[in-house]
Design a protein around this ligand. Structure first.
Ligand code: HEC
Ligand code: HEC
Length: 147
């Protein structure tokens, strides 16, 4: 999948040391090239760290990317629904802030009610209840029939 490849490269570049929110957005074409060489030079997995990552902390880049893919699929949206193009750390889009509240809520539900569920490989690190549990592919979960 081409798009996922580009996004992965974007993630790799975004993780490079020295990157900060203050830097100007880099065009995607540049990201792809820079990302390819960065991936070759960086065999060590890196933990995703950013001032704008407040809930999904302590994850490796690949895990983090997977969580973003889960969210995207669970809501039937794309990355740009929540993210400003070229600047994933930006908090400009209100849906990103709503999504963070939802991350907090989901984490709390799991902690309180499903503490024994240990996510397997390929499952969301959030736990038994995920965005999909409620959203089922819709940006806004359905109301019950008759509403
Ligand atoms: C429904 C909203 C939503 C969608 C869709 C979404 N994200 Fe995110 N993304 C977030 C939130 C919320 C955070 C911050 C998480 C936190 O605070 O722990 C985030 C953080 C990130 C970050 C970290 C940015 C930084 O430097 O702080 C990256 C990179 C990222 N997302 C990539 C993606 C990619 C790639 C996609 C598409 C596959 C995607 N996101 C789809 C909501 C979304
Ligand atoms: C326990 C059920 C539940 C879970 C789990 C859940 N959500 Fe939601 N979410 C809702 C409901 C209900 C609404 C609609 C709230 C409203 O009508 O104002 C909503 C609304 C949203 C919205 C705003 C949609 C819009 O169109 O305004 C976003 C974005 C969102 N959720 C993201 C997420 C993400 C990301 C996750 C996983 C981290 C998640 N949600 C997990 C129930 C849930």
């Amino acid at each position: 999948m081409k798009l996922v490849g580009v996004l992965t490269f974007a993630l790799v570049v975004w993780m490079l040391p020295g990157h900060s929110e203050a830097q100007p957005a880099v065009p995607l074409a540049t990201l792809r090239v820079a990302g390819a060489s960065a991936a070759q030079q960086a065999p060590q997995p890196q933990i995703v760290e950013s001032a704008a990552v407040k809930v999904l902390t302590g994850l490796y880049a690949q895990q983090f990317q997977e969580e973003m893919n889960f969210i995207t699929q669970a809501l039937g949206v794309n990355c740009n629904t929540c993210h400003v193009r070229g600047n994933f750390a930006s908090e400009e889009k209100p849906l990103k802030l709503t999504a963070r509240r939802m991350l907090e809520m989901t984490r709390m539900i799991n902690k309180q009610f499903f503490p024994d569920h240990k996510p397997k490989d390929g499952e969301s690190v959030l736990g038994r209840v995920t965005c999909y549990t409620c959203h089922q592919g819709e940006q806004t979960p359905k109301l019950p029939p008759g509403h």
